[in-house]
Write a protein that binds this ligand. Structure first.
Ligand SMILES: N[C@@H](CCC(=O)N[C@@H](CS)C(=O)NCC(=O)O)C(=O)O
Length: 210
């Protein structure tokens, strides 16, 4: 299976990037500069009309949406158990992934990063961002409680773990103090120390703590 991941440094695509490394799959990457608007280049839109990352090109065609991409990568490397094998644990992992992608990212951070998506009126943007920031704080509190006392989100490393790392880092990037979430910090350092995750993080050239 030929695989090519379109990603942007530090974006939510880092979860798929880490998952590909941890799966031990061979893959290519293509970096997009979101600030420069490369996600809206006609050639990229022809491939992925959503104009977002991550986007995974496979022998079957292209796949968008982190939850689906992470599930697919896990399915390509069943021996790595990148999703829990047990039916209930797997359902909990899917529940967490859906929440991280749809709520924490899709309504929390998106509100802070892109208030223009929620209101055209620029005067409304500061209030939208402030509300988003408060929501994000609550979500990070919940994530910290979920990971506290555990090594990973489940009883071994899964594709859920890099998502936690990304969203904690975004918390720092929107100006929140990570000292409020010590369990998330310990967990992120643990994930980043894994050889596969470390390769993806180094390739993206990002720092865990800024
Ligand atoms: N629901 C999608 C969201 C993807 C998404 O919003 N990606 C961001 C980067 S984290 C993006 O590509 N933003 C570019 C833009 O909005 O123009 C997923 O979870 O994969």
């Amino acid at each position: 299976m030929a695989l090519k991941l379109y990603y942007a440094p530090g974006a939510c695509s880092l979860a798929a990037h880490i998952a590909l490394e941890e799966a031990g799959l061979s893959f290519e990457v293509e970096r997009l500069d979101l600030m420069a608007g490369q996600q809206r280049d006609p050639a990229y839109l022809a491939l992925n009309p959503k104009g977002r990352v991550p986007f995974l090109v496979t022998d079957h065609g292209g796949l968008s949406e982190s939850v689906a991409i992470l599930g697919y990568i896990a399915a390509l490397a069943p021996e790595k158990a990148l999703l829990p094998a047990d039916a209930w644990a797997r359902a909990q992992a899917m529940s967490l992934l859906a929440w991280l992608s749809g709520t924490v990212h899709g309504t929390g951070f998106a509100t802070v990063f892109r208030p223009g998506r929620f209101a055209d009126d620029a005067d409304a943007h500061p209030a939208i961002k402030a509300k988003g920031l408060a929501e994000v704080e609550t979500y990070l509190d919940q994530m910290n409680a979920r990971i506290e006392g555990r090594v990973y989100a489940f009883d071994h490393f899964t594709v859920v773990d890099p998502y936690f790392l990304i969203l904690r880092r975004w918390g720092i990037r929107v100006g929140l103090n990570p000292a409020r979430w010590p369990a998330l910090t310990t967990h992120a350092e643990r994930v980043a120390a894994r050889p596969g995750a470390a390769r993806a993080i180094a390739r993206e050239g990002i720092n865990l703590h800024s």
